[in-house]
Design a binder for this molecule. Sequence first.
Ligand SMILES: [Zn+2]
Length: 499
Amino acid sequence: MTEGASTGNQATWWDVATPWLVATVFPLSVWLAYFGEAPRWINVFATFGFTWIVCGFIVAACHWVLRRGEMRAITATLVVLNFFTYGHAHWALMSFGVRHMWLVLAYAVVTGLITAWLCRAQTESIFRLVRLSRVVAGLMICLATASLAKEIRSAGTQTIIPPVVVATSQTPGPRPDIYFILVDGYARSDMLKRYAGYDNTPFEDSLAQRGFKIRSEAKSNYSQTRFSVSSTLNMQYLELPAGSVPTSADSVLWTRIRDSKAAEVLRSHGYRYRYVGSAFPPLESSSLADESSRGSIIPAYIGTFLSTTICQPPMLAYQVPSQIYLSNLQGQLQRLAEVRQDDQPCFTFAHVMLPHPPFVYCAEGLVPEKDYLYPPNELYDSKVMKAYVSQIDYLNARLLEMVDSVCAGKAKPIVIIQADHGGGILGKPDEPSTEQVAERLAIFSAIHAPESITRELSSSITPVNHFRILFRELLGAPLENLPDRSFFYSDHLIEMVDE
Ligand SMILES: [Zn+2]
């Protein structure tokens, strides 16, 4: 960039700050957009740190190359804008078939035109442009900060999960390892038989031979992951607001799945908390856990942020979502099958994104990438149904390997293999039929535990009571069972009552 004649107009401190203000808009806006997924603070701070480091490099480079203050400010701002808007622009235009090559070209042309104008522009015009960028960025920061402050305050005051006191007896009882394996969207066997013609009896028989109780009438308390699992692990029904659930409540629910009351109670009783996270961003890792593993190298939230920047093309090349998803699943299944050597009792929570779509596995293993199926929200057709049950075949084999491995140790563990909701194989419409609701709430549930626990788990007992029963038996906690209720959510919560 060549510089025009100086008019003696000096750049102020505010002009120097302009690229920094513009850069700050981007991590703030991503934080606001993903607040409902409850990103961990450390990852949020990392995105701000990354932004300011990049901005620092850009500002330093401009300072080194350019002499005049207004040119430094406007050029740094322009480069910052290019860097941090690229991914957003590509996402917005992707559905119109715009490829990276064309977008890069468009960016180069626009940047070239602006540069040509800058070379001829009056100093005062450049200062005006810097001031305008600063005002727009300042307004956006104020708006985003106000919205975030509102969400954070609202999340802090949510009483969505009523507290539960787990007073325990002083006499220490046996402390078996506990596994809670959440198999996302695993339909109950009678539903698989009725709607997919699939016979899951061989798997259930294999589990029964290994001492599992198969709960063939199991029902979930809620039809959605965040409601269902937060309720199970915190041993309470949710006090959700009428109507649609706000973002701040979602963020509380995801946090309370990762850092649950069940985990907190077990940790206070000497348990190690092992969190085996999934590639699903809100359930990736836990800050409460003593051991928290995730599948991808870069945390999902940071990955999402980077893919809104010019880093998107290499991110997509090296952090292919399907690869993250698969390596995460493989890693999870391996970790679950590991036999623990130490004597400290352990509570393992794993969110396994199977048989939940996309359908990438069949009994023989991985299906070719071109055959991956991402089903629609409507009723599964025969092809999708076949893919769903093939994925169940794969999962069943891995679960048996895991069970054989963990049950072979010296002490018998408690293993709960359970879905959060049914398969949704009849579709997930806003106004579901009775049949669709029944299918969505019918869950796979198999439990390996001492007889004193399994006899309490009658067919009508729902997951909200599972840890109540466990803690009553293991820790002597005087916890009562709650009435068994089930709710379906589309845009508001409806209680389902059996006729
Ligand atoms: Zn789910």
